[in-house]
Write a protein that binds this ligand. Structure first.
Ligand code: PEP
Ligand code: MN
Length: 333
């Protein structure tokens, strides 16, 4: 349920109302806009007397929110959320250019890719240290050592870093990581989501291989309901009957999500297509669709990559892509 307050309501009046609502065992989310303040009520609102609430002097209108996601809902928070990642902003007109290898493989590799993508306009560095692989015999990532090398690359370039967590037991290793990624395979690992909700770190939440947009928002809600509101959503393709691409990029999800939620939405065309040649056109399409950023795999030598070489761009291809994206962003601005 949301209560829109009248213009001119004083902070003391708002506090009084919030206290009263909290007495009914409700959590109250306050969204202060330039003109109006909106109170989002979370919990069992069936006992709230809507007519009584509506009749209060300071209340303009009261609406029930039918969707099961509340804190992620744009009705609770009409303004876009802007997430500050170590000085780089994402959302609300700020574009995340996230680039880097699928996996960290060596110091030389991550530093060289980090320098190259920064030069070309990337503002966040990606790199997997803990890798969720389909085969237990495939390269599983450099783990803690991979994170240490990412931190070296962060020091060398000044770029914030994003890397995936698979198990909450490793959380301590992420202390200096700027964004913690929850991969597609863990999108509904609810215990992991709840624990990440207790941290203060921005979370990059990727859509599951066979999950609906609403399920993605419910997973964001798991994180937010524990107190962490810094969630960036990522469309990365879903599994369909199509086999020409690794997954099917659901670009309409960007527009749908922008209607439903205030959270930033980025697109990963690398895992969505699985083919390097398809990454630039889909990245451009993502930027044109109004996405708040893209995440692209870039490798200094894709044919020798330990993971996902076929979908990795070379630094030169990324440079060309970045120039196109900047032009598209000027056109749609
Ligand atoms: C990744 O970004 O490294 C990754 C494994 O992606 P996804 O979880 O989308 O498959
Ligand atoms: Mn990958």
């Amino acid at each position: 349920m949301i209560a829109v307050l009248k213009q001119g309501t004083t902070p003391a009046q708002i506090q009084h109302l919030v206290d009263w609502l909290k007495h009914m065992n409700l959590d109250v989310h306050i969204s202060e806009g330039a003109e109006v303040t909106i109170l989002g009520l979370i919990g069992d609102t069936s006992r709230v007397d809507m007519e009584l609430l509506k009749s209060l002097e300071m209340v303009d209108s009261v609406k029930r929110v039918s969707e099961p996601f509340k804190q992620a809902n744009r009705k609770f928070h009409p303004k876009e959320t802007i997430i500050d990642v170590g000085g780089v902003r994402v959302g609300g007109g700020y574009f995340a250019m996230i680039a880097g290898p699928c996996s960290v493989e060596s110091e030389e590799q991550i530093i060289s890719v980090a320098n190259a993508v920064k030069q070309s306009g990337a503002n966040i560095l990606r790199g997997g240290a803990f890798k969720p692989r389909t085969s237990p015999y495939a390269f599983q990532g450099m783990k803690g050592e991979g994170i240490r090398l990412l931190l070296e690359a962060k020091k060398a370039t000044g770029m914030p870093i994003v890397t995936e967590i698979m198990n909450i037991a490793t959380l301590d290793l992420f202390a200096d990581v700027d964004i913690i990624q929850v991969g597609a395979r863990n999108m509904q690992n609810f215990d992991l989501l709840k624990e990440l909700g207790k941290t203060k770190k921005p979370i990059l939440l990727k859509r599951g291989l066979a999950n609906t947009i609403q399920e993605l928002l419910m997973s964001a809600e798991y994180i937010m309901s524990e107190g962490n509101e810094q969630v960036i959503l990522c469309e990365r393709g879903i599994r369909t009957f199509e086999t020409a691409t690794r997954n099917t990029l659901d670009l309409s999800a960007v527009a749908v999500l922008h209607n439903l939620t205030h959270l930033p939405v980025v697109v990963d065309p690398s895992h969505a297509t699985g083919v390097a040649g398809l990454v630039p056109p889909m990245a451009c399409a993502a930027a044109a669709s109004g996405a708040d950023g893209i995440m692209v795999e870039v490798h200094n030598n894709p044919s020798c990559a330990l993971c996902d070489g076929a979908q990795s761009l070379t630094p030169e291809q990324f440079d060309e892509l970045n120039r196109k994206i900047q032009r598209i962003r000027e056109v749609i601005a």
